[in-house]
Design a protein around this ligand. Structure first.
Ligand SMILES: [Zn+2]
Length: 424
C-alpha cells in the first residue's frame, strides 16, 4: 500500500487531518520504522488506545508464524540480543534486536522498548505484531506486547549467543560476536547526522575470510594489527557488500591470542558470485570480451570525483576536470559476466604507461580515445584472474579489482592435462 493510502486510513480512523498524519508517517518510515509499527505509534500519539488488531492473538509455534499473521503470542528462548540506535520521531531511540527460538524454528525480533532481554531467557511475548521482511515473518515487540519471563526454560535445538565467523555473516544479521584481526584501519571525519564526527573504517579478517567494517564510536582497541573480540555488532550492506558495524552498544575487548587471517580468497564462477548479490574479496577467472566506454583517459569532477563528459558534471555543471585513468572491462567465464573496474594503478599496468604517457598519446592523436583503443588491443580476448570486491545492483555487477593478472597457462601444459583427462 502507498504511504498515501496508509495516511488516509489513519486519518479517517482517528478523525484528524490526513496531511498531518502523512508527514508523521513519512518521517517514521524514513528512519526505517516498519509501516505497521509507525501506524501503531501514530494511533497512540493521536489517542486511539487500540493497537490495530481487535481480536486476541492466538498462541503459535514459531514455525507456524507467517507474514499474514497480524498478531501472535509466542513462547521461546532468546538466542541473541543486541542494541542499536535509530532516529525515531526526531529523537535517537534504542531498539533491541535478535533471534528467538522454540522447538520448531527461529524468528528475528525487534523490541521497540527495553524489556531487559538476555540470551538464554525463556519468554512469552503476548500480542507481538508480525511484519514481513524479505519474505520472512519477523516479530515486533512493542508497547502493546505483554512480555513475561518464564521460570521454566524450554529446550531448543539452537545455540544461544551470536558467535560466528566473518564468512557466515550476511546483510541483516544482528547481535553477532566475532573474534578478528584488524587488517586495515583508518580514522575518518564524516558529516554525521549530528554534525562532524570521527569514525574508524577498515577491514577485519579471521580464519574464514575478510570483511570491511565501520566503527561508529572509535574503540581504542581497534587499530591496525590488533586482535579483538567484538560482541553485539550488526551487518549492513554498504556499496553492495556486507559490512560489520561496530556501534556504541558493541563491546570491544583486546584478545591475547593471534587470529590467523585466511589468505585463501573465495574462488567462484562468475555466475555463482553474481548470484550472491555482492561479496567482499572474491576471485574469478574469465575472458575479457570488451572494454566499455568511459575507459582509458577520463576526466573527473574536482568536487565530487565522478566521471564527467565534455567538461560537464551532472551535479556541478561546467567544471575543470581532473585527468585520470581507469578501465571498465567485461569479463565472462561462460557462467556469467561482470564489469571489472581497474583503478589508475592497474590501468597503468595494462596500458603499459603512465598518465603522462596517456596524455601525450592523446595529444599526438588529437583524440583521447586512442588510450582506450591501446588498452583494448592489450587485453581483449585474453584470460585474466581477477580478485576484488563484487557489488551487484540494478545497473549490473561490478568487480572492483584489487589484482588483475593474465593467466599465462602454457598451451602445451593445458593440452596434456586435457589428454590426461581424456585417457583416464
Ligand atoms: Zn561533480
Amino acid at each position: 500500500m502507498e504511504l498515501d493510502n496508509h495516511a488516509e486510513d489513519l486519518a479517517s480512523d482517528l478523525g484528524i487531518d490526513k496531511e498531518e498524519v502523512k508527514a508523521d508517517l513519512q518521517n517514521l518510515v524514513e528512519y526505517s520504522v516498519p509501516i505497521d509499527e509507525a501506524k501503531q505509534s501514530l494511533r497512540r500519539k493521536y489517542g486511539d488506545g487500540s493497537s490495530g488488531g481487535s481480536s486476541a492473538p492466538s498462541s503459535k509455534e514459531i514455525a507456524e508464524i507467517t507474514p499474514e499473521d497480524s498478531n501472535v503470542t509466542v513462547t521461546g528462548v532468546v538466542l541473541t540480543t543486541g542494541k542499536r540506535s535509530i532516529r525515531y520521531q526526531g529523537d535517537d531511540h534504542v531498539i533491541v534486536e535478535g533471534r528467538l527460538a522454540d522447538e520448531t524454528g527461529t524468528i528475528d525480533y525487534t523490541a521497540w522498548e527495553d524489556f531487559g532481554l538476555e540470551a538464554g531467557d525463556t519468554i512469552t511475548a503476548g500480542n507481538a505484531s508480525v511484519r514481513e521482511w524479505d519474505g520472512e515473518p519477523e516479530l515486533n515487540l512493542g508497547e502493546s506486547t505483554s512480555l513475561s519471563f518464564e521460570a521454566d526454560s524450554i529446550e531448543v535445538p539452537y545455540e544461544t549467543g551470536g558467535d560466528t565467523q566473518l564468512a557466515d555473516l550476511q546483510t541483516g544479521d544482528r547481535a553477532v560476536n566475532v573474534e578478528v584481526a584488524v587488517v586495515d584501519c583508518e580514522r575518518r571525519t564524516i558529516d554525521g547526522r549530528d554534525g562532524e564526527t570521527e569514525i574508524l573504517s577498515g577491514v577485519f579478517g579471521d580464519e574464514s575470510g575478510r570483511l570491511p567494517f565501520t566503527n561508529w564510536d572509535p574503540a581504542p582497541e581497534i587499530e591496525a594489527g590488533s586482535t579483538v573480540r567484538i560482541e553485539n555488532a550488526y551487518v549492513q550492506e554498504f556499496r553492495g557488500v556486507p559490512e560489520v558495524n561496530v556501534s556504541e552498544f558493541s563491546t570491544v575487548t583486546a584478545l591475547e591470542r593471534a587470529v590467523d587471517v585466511g589468505v585463501e580468497t573465495t574462488t567462484m564462477d562468475i555466475g555463482a558470485a553474481v548470484a550472491t548479490g555482492g561479496i567482499y574479496d572474491v576471485e574469478v577467472t574469465g575472458n575479457v570480451l570488451a572494454v566499455r566506454e568511459g575507459s582509458g583517459l577520463i576526466q573527473r569532477c574536482p568536487e565530487c570525483y565522478r566521471v564527467i563528459q565534455k567538461g560537464q558534471c551532472r551535479t556541478h555543471g561546467d567544471v575543470d576536470g581532473i585527468d585520470d585513468l581507469r578501465v571498465k572491462a567485461i569479463l565472462d567465464d561462460g557462467t556469467g559476466a561482470v564489469t571489472v573496474v581497474l583503478d589508475d594503478e592497474l590501468t597503468e599496468q595494462v596500458y603499459g604507461g603512465t598518465l603522462e604517457d596517456a596524455l601525450e598519446q592523446a595529444r599526438e592523436a588529437m583524440d583521447q580515445e586512442v588510450v582506450a583503443d591501446t588498452i583494448r588491443e592489450h587485453i581483449v580476448g585474453r584470460e585474466y584472474r581477477v580478485r576484488g570486491h563484487l557489488s551487484v545492483d540494478e545497473y549490473g555487477a561490478n568487480l572492483d579489482a584489487e589484482s588483475f593478472e593474465e593467466r599465462h597457462d602454457d598451451p602445451t601444459v593445458r593440452a596434456s592435462a586435457f589428454l590426461e583427462e581424456v585417457h583416464s
